[in-house]
Write a protein that binds this ligand. Structure first.
Ligand SMILES: Nc1nc2c(ncn2[C@@H]2O[C@H](COP(=O)(O)OP(=O)(O)OP(=O)(O)O)[C@@H](O)[C@H]2O)c(=O)[nH]1
Length: 462
């Protein structure tokens, strides 16, 4: 048998597309998170380091001013060299920190201004040192041999020292300003990086929203398609099948996929069921006919007659009726002389005459071999006797053709009338007795008997 996978393949492909879009959305989200983490870590490490370095540089610059004060206050060469050593140490630190900052910021900033101010500051320290050195020497000279020229020179040196110290302070401030400029540059870098990250995140957010919307639309389209190609068709089939008698043409489903194949199988199955049902109904009708009719004459059979009587017992007892028993005369001789088939033909002819001669309301049945019975509800002897007499005469006067032979057939009739309230068996027995009398009286005649409520056996025969 050919296997059909059309619907399965279509549904698998349909669900695959939104699944891939959802997977792509998740991957994009994960990638964005990774980038976000890397940017945040870069911001926190690189820029924090830069800020801390700038802050230490600022501290060194402020300490430089303190070292300048130490140099200014030095009153001997030992203190002066100590202050110079301190200044050299600060200068080395500043150079190291500037290099570090330059390495962190790269091309982002130029450190020429810091280096220029720092060099000017160093030159200013050299000049200050020269003046301090001269002051120490002059103080030493004045302590050994005071003279006016040295004293004047000392005063001039003190004045120059004060001026140099102002220059020093001003250069230190310039250095702080230059460092501050870089600090604000670092802050701007941080702000730029944060803005760049925000922009990237916004772009990714837009892409993620687009993917999510696409996934939702694809899922809706898939659901719509599944509803159209599966649910609706299956529901339609289910509705038709759940009817008591589904019409096969209603089970037609377009296409050649699994559901269409299933519908065709159900259609074939329903066709078979309908055919079988029709056959069973025909057989039932035939069985019913065979059970209630005589196969030879097509008249009702004795079984049906008795069942009907039983069912109509009350109605018959209420309205009164006549019962007639009819028997073909010398039938055995017909059989013996002309054969069994001829006998059958005679039985059929007599049955036919009885059917045509009695009213439609009469219940006529073949009671035995060549014996018939007729029930005539609501009738009386006065109306039934002429009917039976007419049938009898018709039989007597018309011969039956048996090949080349024309056969004259007669029949005897026994009739009884039952009054309302009487028992049927009583009426049947009376009709049978009347028939017996008709046979005994020479056959080919109608004999009858009335029955009355107070009648206990009196009979009147025609
Ligand atoms: N051909 C045929 N013969 C049947 C059928 N049923 C019963 N018979 C025959 O009918 C005959 C009945 O004969 P009897 O009741 O003795 O009747 P009879 O004595 O010939 O005639 P009467 O005394 O007038 O009743 C028997 O020979 C049965 O074999 C049937 O269906 N077909």
């Amino acid at each position: 048998m050919r296997r059909v996978f059309g619907l399965t393949v279509r549904l698998a492909a349909l669900t695959m597309v939104p699944t891939l879009v959802i997977l792509a959305t998740i991957l994009l989200a994960l990638h964005s998170f990774g980038e976000y983490r890397a940017t945040v870590s870069q911001l926190s490490e690189r820029h924090t380091h830069a800020l801390m370095t700038a802050s230490r540089l600022m501290q060194q610059s402020e300490s430089m001013l303190g070292s300048g004060a130490m140099l200014l206050l030095a009153d001997d060469h030992f203190s002066r060299r100590q202050a110079l050593f301190e200044i050299a140490d600060r200068r080395e630190w500043m150079e190291r920190l500037v290099d570090e900052l330059a390495a962190i910021r790269g091309e982002a900033g130029s450190f020429d201004d810091i280096e220029r101010v720092r060099d000017q500051l160093m030159e200013s320290f050299d000049a200050l040192d020269a003046l301090v050195q001269r002051r120490i020497d002059l103080v030493g000279q004045l302590q050994q041999a005071p003279d006016e020229t040295s004293d004047a020179l000392l005063r001039e040196t003190e004045r120059l020292l004060a001026r140099q110290m102002r220059t020093n302070r001003s250069l230190s401030q310039d250095l702080s300003v230059a460092i501050g400029y870089h600090v604000s540059g670092i802050r701007l870098d941080i702000r730029d990086a944060a803005e760049q990250m925000e922009q990237q995140l916004r772009q990714r957010e837009g892409a993620l929203k687009g993917f999510a919307l696409l996934a939702v639309l694809l899922l809706l389209a898939t659901a719509y398609h599944i509803n159209r190609s599966v649910v609706r068709r299956v529901v339609k089939l289910q509705r038709v099948i759940s009817r008591e008698r589904p019409a096969p043409h209603e089970l037609r489903v377009d296409g050649s996929d699994e559901i269409a194949q299933m519908a065709r199988s159900i259609q074939r199955y329903v066709h078979r069921i309908n055919d079988n049902e029709r056959r069973i109904m025909t057989m039932n009708r035939e069985l019913d006919f065979l059970a209630t009719h005589d196969a030879l004459t097509q008249l009702r059979n004795r079984h049906y007659f008795e069942r009907e009587l039983n069912e109509r017992r009350n109605a018959l007892a209420a309205e009164g009726y006549c019962v007639a028993m009819i028997d073909i005369d010398h039938f055995k001789a017909i059989n013996d002389t002309h054969g069994h088939e001829a006998g059958d033909r005679v039985i059929r002819c007599v049955a036919d005459r009885l059917r045509r001669g009695l009213p439609e309301s009469a219940l006529l049945a073949r009671y035995g071999g060549e014996e018939f019975v007729a029930l005539l509800p609501g009738s009386d002897i006065d109306t039934v006797v002429p009917m039976l007499e007419q049938i009898r005469q018709g039989l007597e006067s018309h011969s039956i053709e048996l090949g080349e032979t024309a056969l004259r057939v007669t029949a005897s009739f026994g009739l009884a009338q039952q009054l309302p309230g009487g028992e049927f068996d009583e009426a049947l027995k009376a009709a049978d007795e009347a028939l017996y009398r008709a046979k005994r009286s020479g056959r080919n005649r109608v004999m009858y008997r009335w029955l009355s409520q107070d009648d206990s056996g009196d009979a009147a025969y025609g």
